[in-house]
Structure formats: C-alpha cells, structure tokens
Design a protein around this ligand. Structure first.
Ligand SMILES: Nc1ncnc2c1ncn2[C@@H]1O[C@H](COP(=O)(O)OP(=O)(O)OP(=O)(O)O)[C@@H](O)[C@H]1O
Ligand SMILES: [Mg+2]
Length: 266
C-alpha cells in the first residue's frame, strides 16, 4: 500500500469508528440525541471507547450542563455510580480564561497550541489534582479515569440524586457553623497534605453529603502551593467562603486567622 493509500485507509477506518460510535450511542441510551447535538465526533468516539473498554456501562442522565462542561450520571461496569465530566471542545471562552493556570505549572510545561489538546490537558489536570487530593486523604470524589476530554469520578449522591451544593443547602445556623469548620479543615487538608490550592473555591464547588460531610469538587483550576496564582486565589476563595458563611449567621474568622488555619505549620 502506498503512503497515500495508507492515510486514506486510516481516515476511512476512523470515520467508520466514529459512525459506529454514533450508532452505538444512539442505541444505548436516550441521551444520545442530546449528546450528538452537544459533542463533536472525537468526543463521541472517546465515549464509545470508554464504553467499549467497560469503564462506563451506561449513562442515565445529565447532572449539570454548564458552558464549559457537561456532567452525566453514569454507571461503571463494576456497578459504581459515576459522575462523568465531559469538557466541551466547542467552548470559546475556555482557552482564554484558563491559560494562566497551565503556563507556570511545572507539571505541565508544554502548553499545546491546538485547542483540543488544550481542553484535553484541562481534563488531565483535573484528574491529576483529584488523584493527588484523593491519595492524600482529602475529601474529593474519587477519580476513576480520564481519556481525552472525558473524566470519570465517583458520583456524590444517593439514589441517583446528587447531594446538594453548599450554596443550595438549607440548614440551621448551627449546622452552617459546623460546615464552616469542616470546610476550613478540608481546605487545610488540601493545602497541607496534598500541597494544593483549590483555585476556584466557593459555595458552588463544595458538595455537602449526608451527615454534613464536606467534599471539594471542580479541581481543574487547583494549583500547587508556590504557584504564582496559589496565594491570591486562596485568599479570594477564603474571602468568598467567609462572606457566604457570615450571611448564614456564622461567626467567621478574620482573613489572617483563616489563612493560618489553612496553612498550619506549612
Ligand atoms: N462527583 C460528583 N457527584 C455529583 N455531582 C457532581 C459531581 N461533580 C460535579 N457535580 C455536579 O455538577 C456540577 C458541575 O460540576 P463542576 O463544578 O465540576 O463543573 P463546572 O465546570 O463548574 O461546571 P459549571 O460551569 O456548570 O459550574 C456541580 O455543581 C455539581 O452539581
Ligand atoms: Mg463548578
């Protein structure tokens, strides 16, 4: 086979796979129409591969539909409930907002110019951050897999319904006081044990499970301690949380006290 023919053949096979992926998805789930609307072919193919490799058994519903990502409630073949976060490669604002985080991160030296690669990198970042946090014993959803722009993690919820975000929670003042303490402890654990700063800390990126258990989510923007963005973003996050809890009637610490608590002896 000539070189050109080989390329042709490869492209043809790739097309076939994409078509198969689409057919497969159409067959597999009622969400497919939505998926096809939202996702490009490579993303569909990635989803297909993940199902083929039995990392995802099936999709059951959309948990969240944002500008930059969609999150599906899914199940792994081992029966584990998953939250599958799919970054949209079509999101225009994405690159612009995110560049600064990757540029100075020693773990990701090369900044790809290609947009798709950039989005993929973003998913890898979130996975890596989740992994580092999870392995350090910080309360985050357990990461399960990442492939291209698709990330799988444990679903935080019960009976298929996700737990509320801190922002959505209805609770008594004493409960918010307890949540304030717990939140600071988790942020401190992330800082001290995993060496990470969340990067987008707020009541919208905290999930509260039964028994007022606090989980941090959405770690794509987390950076290592010492990263130029780390301190300003930690301060910004703590201020945001202080404002939130103060509105709930909690007696919050001043910023320096909060910072000291988070940093501990580090
Ligand atoms: N592991 C999980 N278990 C259950 N629900 C989750 C999980 N991860 C995320 N979610 C839900 O999906 C939403 C969006 O997730 P996330 O914050 O990671 O993405 P995002 O990029 O901020 O998206 P958005 O722009 O829509 O906020 C969360 O607010 C939460 O409701
Ligand atoms: Mg979020």
């Amino acid at each position: 086979m000539s070189y050109d023919e080989e390329i042709e053949e490869r492209l043809r096979r790739r097309e076939l796979r994409a078509e198969r992926a689409q057919r497969y998805l159409r067959k597999r789930s009622e969400l497919d129409e939505v998926m096809e609307e939202v996702f490009d072919r490579v993303t569909l193919m990635t989803i297909y591969d993940l199902m083929n490799d039995r990392l995802i058994e099936d999709f059951y519903g959309v948990i969240s539909s944002g500008k930059e990502s969609r999150i599906y409630y899914a199940r792994g073949c081992d029966g584990v409930e998953l939250a599958v976060k799919i970054y949209l490669v079509t999101s225009a604002e994405f690159k612009h907002n995110r560049m600064a985080y990757v540029v100075d991160d020693p773990r990701f030296k090369r900044v790809p110019t290609d947009f798709r690669k950039f989005i993929n990198l973003w998913a890898q970042r979130e996975f890596k951050n989740l992994e580092e946090a999870y392995e350090a014993g910080v309360a985050v959803p357990r990461p399960r897999f990442v492939r291209r722009n698709v990330l799988g993690m444990d679903f935080l919820g019960r009976d298929g319904a996700r737990y509320p975000l801190l922002s959505e929670l209805e609770a008594e003042q004493e409960e918010f006081a307890e949540l304030y303490e717990k939140t600071l402890n988790v942020v401190a654990a992330l800082y001290q044990k995993a060496g990470l700063v969340h990067g987008d800390l707020s009541q919208f990126n905290i999930i509260v499970a039964d028994g007022l258990e606090v989980y941090l989510i959405d770690l794509a923007q987390a950076v290592k301690r010492g990263h130029p963005i780390a301190e300003p973003s930690l301060i910004h996050g703590l201020e945001t949380l202080a404002r939130f809890f103060a509105k709930k009637g909690v007696e919050v610490d001043d910023l320096d006290t909060m910072l000291n608590r988070v940093r501990g002896g580090v």
